[in-house]
Design a protein around this ligand. Structure first.
Ligand code: PMP
Length: 279
């Protein structure tokens, strides 16, 4: 696999980053994951815009244009013979002698772009997953897409060990914030689609935005508000969204079985519609 590391194309097994990279030492880096399907980067503009926003939120910028990034992505896809895959973009503040403060450090961010072949994610129909809830132990700016993902990593792994496909974080009032790597939605008992608002406690998912637009086009009533465990208990359907999982149905949250443990027709349709939109 060819990759792009700090201004050079190079094979993945020769792609190294300095141990003094601030992404490695402090999680001082931001990232994006973009799916690629037969000539199309899904929601590309949204992902590149959010990448810029994330950098600006942690006080640096990258002087490589979006069109240059797209050219690099296209070359990687071509050289790696990718038909179905994902593109990982990471930008760290750069390599410096270790120091907590970056005050007065000259700006020299490092851009890394990696590709991965994946096919199974693109299935139009997938089984529902079980998820579990756990306290949201992240820092107070989970709306910035940084590589500081240890609480997410621990929660997801704990879930996987116990047969759960995702961990749902709960805020201190026991409302769901989001998944460890996804946004969470329910279709409530009145068939209103609900997802948490962008209140700073969740990542503004690019797939979330696409699904909101999709729902509006189809005249489905959507409310952006907090979701309680009681709301989940009485909901008709639940699902998660993310760039790499699109729409994934949820059939159980902790001990609560949703829709008799079956994938709901709404979630199924939404996944299909999202994938067809990106044909
Ligand atoms: N929340 C978190 C914490 C995530 O890591 C992700 C996936 N990056 C999402 C939500 C979904 O965002 P997106 O749809 O942009 O992939």
């Amino acid at each position: 696999m060819l990759s792009y590391i700090n201004n050079k194309f190079c094979p993945l097994d020769k792609a190294y980053i300095s141990v003094n990279d601030r992404g490695y030492q402090f999680g001082d880096a931001v990232y994006e994951v973009i799916l690629y399907k037969n000539g199309k980067f899904l929601d590309l503009e949204g992902h590149l815009n959010r990448l810029r926003k994330s950098m600006s939120r942690i006080d640096f910028e990258l002087n490589i244009s979006d069109s240059a990034i797209k050219t690099i992505m296209k070359r990687l896809v071509y050289e790696n013979d990718l038909q179905f895959g994902s593109i990982y973009i990471q930008v760290s503040r750069g390599e410096y002698s270790r120091d907590h403060s970056y005050f007065n450090m000259p700006l020299k961010p490092i851009l890394v772009i990696l590709t991965k072949k994946i096919k199974e994610n693109f299935k139009t129909s997938v089984p529902g997953i079980k998820v579990f809830t756990t306290s949201d132990m992240r820092w107070k700016n989970p709306d910035i897409k940084t590589t500081q993902l240890l609480p997410n990593v621990l929660a997801k792994t704990k879930g996987m060990k116990n047969g759960y496909g995702e961990a749902l974080f709960l805020d201190d009032k026991s409302y769901v914030t989001e998944g460890s790597s996804s946004n969470f939605w329910i279709l409530n008992k009145d068939n209103v689609l609900i997802t948490r608002s962008l209140d700073g406690k969740i990542l503004a998912g690019i797939t979330r935005e696409s699904i909101l637009n999709c729902a509006k086009e189809k005249n489905i009533k959507v409310i952006e508000k907090n979701i309680s465990l009681r709301d989940i208990q009485s909901c008709n359907e639940a699902f998660i969204t993310s760039a790499s999982s699109f729409v994934t149905p949820v059939v159980q949250v902790d001990g609560m079985i949703i829709n008799n443990g079956k994938v709901g027709s709404f979630s199924k349709l939404l996944r299909k519609t999202y994938l067809e939109l990106n044909e």
